[in-house]
Structure formats: structure tokens, C-alpha cells
Design a protein around this ligand. Structure first.
Ligand SMILES: Cc1cc2nc3c(=O)[nH]c(=O)nc-3n(C[C@H](O)[C@H](O)[C@H](O)COP(=O)(O)O)c2cc1C
Length: 480
């Protein structure tokens, strides 16, 4: 996994200390088969001096696709330090209740992890004191912690309960001890037995928590939250684009979708910087395009960062399949590791292409953005992506250019709108959300923008959802 958080540091430690098993990033290819994709909300934090705990941590990583983090001591343990019952450093620390050996480096974005596997060797029947340092360094509220340990012969015993007392507000699961030489299948069975669901459910949204002008969010498989309604900016340029983004932010919209192809990233960045809304409250999606950009993806990514000029990019998509798409995605994965992009996804990707693509990349796409509207519902694609833990987002949610009038005038939709005292556009957006599809309607009209984020005062009945489902004509309005 490329995202071994302490990789650079660990490489230095390896030079310093052979006893305290520092590691280098491992290849995404594993004995378990195809390359893995990372699950954004699982952290596997471990301390290991002679590699046994590290081995189990890597097996948990292989099973969960989580992110490995090695707890690296600021002062490495030498072989003499680890010589137990010699009165050496490890013995002394274990006997000293106040010992808290310092840790080098830290977990980036601890907030995004919901599950923390915590691994350590047993030292005199307890966890090494550096684990105490680790637990006291972060807020674990709302997280689930799963301890595991390795030892010569001792069980996990009171080591885990003593650690538990350091943490408040977390769900603490029973731990498990593993001997050296533990097999992958033993670890797999243990993880399965925990009954945890690591992939967030992206097929349904918490619409109850939405208010007009305030869309709820969905948790992406990268661990980040994304609003379920946004502003599409295709065909908005120059001052019109800026004014539209500002109107959207004023109305409460917090998701803005752009692309290199739209030629408006600079204006969108300006509008965001000039607004009163804090950067971190806004989720920005952009895309790079096949051709020159996929051939030189590092430059394309840098161009997007420079034009937007808002620090990081929340989500970057490949605009559609094309030559070098895997290469381009791998460059985006590197940008994620470098903290320049947070989440990755694909646009105009369908069932035929997705499995093949996933097998070639490391980070599971968090989002697929496709043409979806009542006349082109992608009834197979939507559940297929959801089953993979991928959020589905609709461009052309009202049918797209040249077809919007027809959709907004569709008699079934108009009838449902009249029954709820809302507009046809609001019915269509509500339909998207109730079937678990995020929508990014485009508009430069402030009234429409406000209307589009005001779909939380009513809900469609299952009969109405079925009536709209019956409008599907498998009628695509664009070529992608
Ligand atoms: C200071 C120290 C104390 C230890 N105390 C115990 C112990 O009480 N019981 C036990 O079974 N193993 C004990 N061990 C052995 C380790 O728990 C065991 O080798 C472990 O798997 C090492 O993990 P690592 O390779 O990830 O560092 C101790 C090792 C050290 C260095």
C-alpha cells in the first residue's frame, strides 16, 4: 500500500536501528490476488520492534484495505534496550507508570478514520508504554478501536483493558493475541468474526437531516464527507460563472463541480476565495481530460491546483475513459499521498469498464459521475456502483441541454409537483436523492439555484418514486 504514513521516516529509522523493525512501503500486489484498493475509514496503527506485530498488521491491511500507520519511537530501541529481564530500557519503561516514550511523526487526518486496529507486542504482560503515548495523543471519540497483540506466550490479558481506560468516547472491542507465524486465513477469520462493516453505505442518504439551504452529506469510501446536492458549472464561464458560484454559496450550496474541460477552474477558485464561506466547508470536484492531460497527468493535476488555488482539491475525476487513464489515475493516487487531492473518482464510467479499471489501481474510486435523469436512469449501473461502495452522482439531472423543457414539462412529474406544491425541478432532484444519487444541477439563475437546494421540505411516496422509475426510456442525451 502506497499510503504507509510513516514511510519516509521509517526508511530513516531503518538506517538507525535494525532492532526496531522499521519498514518500507509494500507493493500493492499481495499473495491474496489482485491489487488492493484502500478503504478510507480503517486505520491499522501498530508498534513493532522485531516484525511480528508488523506482519499481523499487514495481514489486517490485506484483509480490510485500510491504511497502515507505524508507531515509530523518536528514540529507536536497540537490541540491548529490548533485552528483557536485563534491567534495560524496555524493562524500565514497563516498570514506570509515568513513562511515555515520544513518537516520531503523527497520523494525518485522524478524523477520517472510524475503525482503528491497534497492534503491539506484549512487554511484561502489558502494552509497551509507547502505545499509551499514542492513545493519549488523539481524540478517539466516535471511533471503534480493535486491539491486537503478539507475544511469545502471554495472552492479551489486562493489557487491553488497561489501554481502554486511557480512551473515552470510543467503542472498544475485545482484542486478540496472535503468535508469530500466524496465517492470513486466521487473521481473515478473526476480522470477519468482528462483524464490522468497513465500507460506508452509499446507497441511501440521511435525508431527514437535510434542511432547505443545507444538504446532508454522504460519507465517501475515502472517509471524507461530501454534500449530496451541488452546483454543476458546465457551460458557465467568466463573470457568469463567478456570480453563479457566489449565488450557490450564498444559498447554502457547498458542493461545486468543475472540470478542466469547462475552462472555469480559475473563476471558481476566485469565487470561493472571495466568499465568506470557509474553504474547508466547500467540497470542490474537478476533472482531468483524456489526451494531453492523461499523457502528462502530473502537469494536469498541477494545473488544476494552480487554477483553483484553494489549497487542496476535494475530489478529482477522470473525465471519461481513454488512453492512459490508468496512468493518469495513478498520478492522482500519488497526489492523494502528497495531500494535494483528498478523494478520487471517475466520470462516464459504466459497468463494463469499472471492474477492469479497479483491478489496475490502488485507491478505490469514491465516486462515479454519469449522465442520469428520469429518461436515462441507469437502473443497473446505480446499484452496481453502490455495491462497490462508490457514490453515484448525476450530471444532466434534468435531462441536459435541449431536453430540460421536456423533462420539466413531463406530465407525470408536473402532476407529482402539483401534489406537493413544489416545482418539477424539485421533484426530479428529490427523486435522485431518494434513490441514492447525488445531483449537481447547473444554473446561473440565483432563484433556480436556491430552488434546487430547497428539496428537504417534502418527500416522494414509493408510488411516486415508482411512477418516475417508469419514465425510463434508456434515452441518453449526450455521447459520453
Ligand atoms: C521487553 C520485552 C518484554 C516481553 N515480555 C513478554 C511477555 O511478558 N510475554 C510474552 O509472551 N512475550 C514477551 N515478550 C516477547 C514479545 O511479546 C514477542 O516477541 C512479540 O511478538 C514481539 O513483537 P514484535 O516483533 O512486533 O516486536 C517481550 C519482549 C520484550 C522486548
Amino acid at each position: 500500500m502506497k499510503k504507509l504514513l510513516s514511510a519516509a521516516l521509517a526508511a530513516c529509522m531503518l538506517l538507525l536501528c535494525t532492532a526496531c523493525g522499521a519498514s518500507s512501503p509494500k507493493s500493492p500486489e499481495t499473495e491474496n490476488g489482485p491489487p488492493m484498493s484502500e478503504t478510507g475509514n480503517v486505520l491499522i496503527a501498530y508498534f513493532s520492534c522485531t516484525g511480528t506485530t508488523k506482519g499481523v498488521a499487514e495481514q489486517i491491511e490485506a484483509k480490510t484495505d485500510g491504511t497502515l500507520y507505524e508507531i515509530v519511537p523518536q528514540i529507536p530501541y536497540t537490541e540491548a534496550d529490548l533485552d528483557y529481564y536485563s534491567g534495560g530500557r524496555a524493562d524500565k519503561e514497563q516498570a514506570d507508570p509515568s513513562a511515555r516514550p515520544a513518537i516520531s511523526g503523527s497520523v494525518e487526518n485522524m478524523d477520517k478514520y472510524k475503525f482503528v486496529f491497534l497492534g503491539y507486542p506484549i512487554w511484561h504482560s502489558q502494552a509497551p508504554k509507547i502505545i499509551y503515548t499514542f492513545l493519549e495523543s488523539y481524540d478517539f471519540s466516535g471511533k471503534t478501536i480493535i486491539p491486537f497483540c503478539t507475544s511469545e506466550s502471554s495472552g492479551i490479558g489486562s493489557s487491553a483493558t488497561n489501554l481502554h481506560s486511557l480512551v473515552s468516547g470510543a467503542t472498544w472491542l475485545d482484542g486478540r493475541r496472535f503468535p508469530s507465524g500466524t496465517s492470513q486465513s486466521t487473521v481473515d477469520e478473526w476480522v470477519d468474526s468482528l462483524g464490522l462493516k468497513f465500507t460506508p453505505d452509499v446507497s441511501a442518504f440521511d435525508l431527514e437531516s437535510g434542511k432547505n439551504g443545507h444538504a446532508p452529506t454522504v460519507t465517501l469510501n475515502s472517509g471524507y464527507e461530501m454534500p449530496i446536492l451541488g452546483l454543476g458549472t458546465y457551460s458557465l464561464t467568466g463573470e457568469t460563472c463567478k456570480a453563479s458560484v457566489k449565488a450557490a454559496l450564498d444559498s447554502g450550496v457547498r458542493l461545486i463541480d468543475t472540470a478542466h474541460m469547462y475552462g472555469n477552474e480559475r473563476e471558481i477558485g476566485e469565487a470561493i476565495r472571495e466568499s465568506n464561506v470557509p474553504r474547508e466547508e466547500i467540497f470542490v470536484i474537478t476533472k482531468i481530460y483524456p489526451g494531453e492531460q492523461y499523457s502528462h497527468p502530473e502537469e494536469a493535476i498541477q494545473e488544476a491546483l494552480d487554477k483553483l488555488n484553494i489549497g487542496y482539491i476535494d475530489m478529482m475525476l477522470l473525465h471519461h475513459p481513454g488512453a492512459n487513464d490508468v496512468k493518469a489515475y495513478q498520478a492522482m493516487e500519488k497526489a492523494v499521498a502528497d495531500g494535494k487531492i483528498r478523494s478520487l473518482g471517475l466520470s462516464n464510467w459504466y459497468i463494463e469498464e469499472i471492474d477492469d479499471f479497479i483491478a489496475q489501481v490502488d485507491i478505490m474510486p469514491a465516486l462515479v459521475q454519469n449522465e442520469i435523469h428520469p429518461y436515462y436512469q441507469e437502473q443497473a449501473v446505480v446499484p452496481y456502483m453502490h455495491n462497490l461502495g462508490i457514490v453515484v452522482q448525476a450530471w444532466y439531472p434534468f435531462g441536459g441541454r435541449g431536453h430540460t423543457g421536456e423533462l420539466l414539462g413531463d406530465e407525470t412529474i408536473v402532476k407529482i409537483a402539483e401534489a406537493h406544491g413544489v416545482t418539477a425541478a424539485q421533484v426530479i432532484l428529490r427523486w435522485h436523492l431518494q434513490r441514492g444519487v447525488v445531483a449537481i444541477p447547473g444554473s446561473s439563475n440565483p432563484d433556480h439555484i436556491l430552488e434546487n437546494i430547497s428539496v428537504f421540505g417534502f418527500s416522494l411516496t414509493s408510488e411516486e418514486m415508482n411512477e418516475i422509475a417508469a419514465l425510463d426510456r434508456n434515452e441518453k442525451h449526450d455521447w459520453y
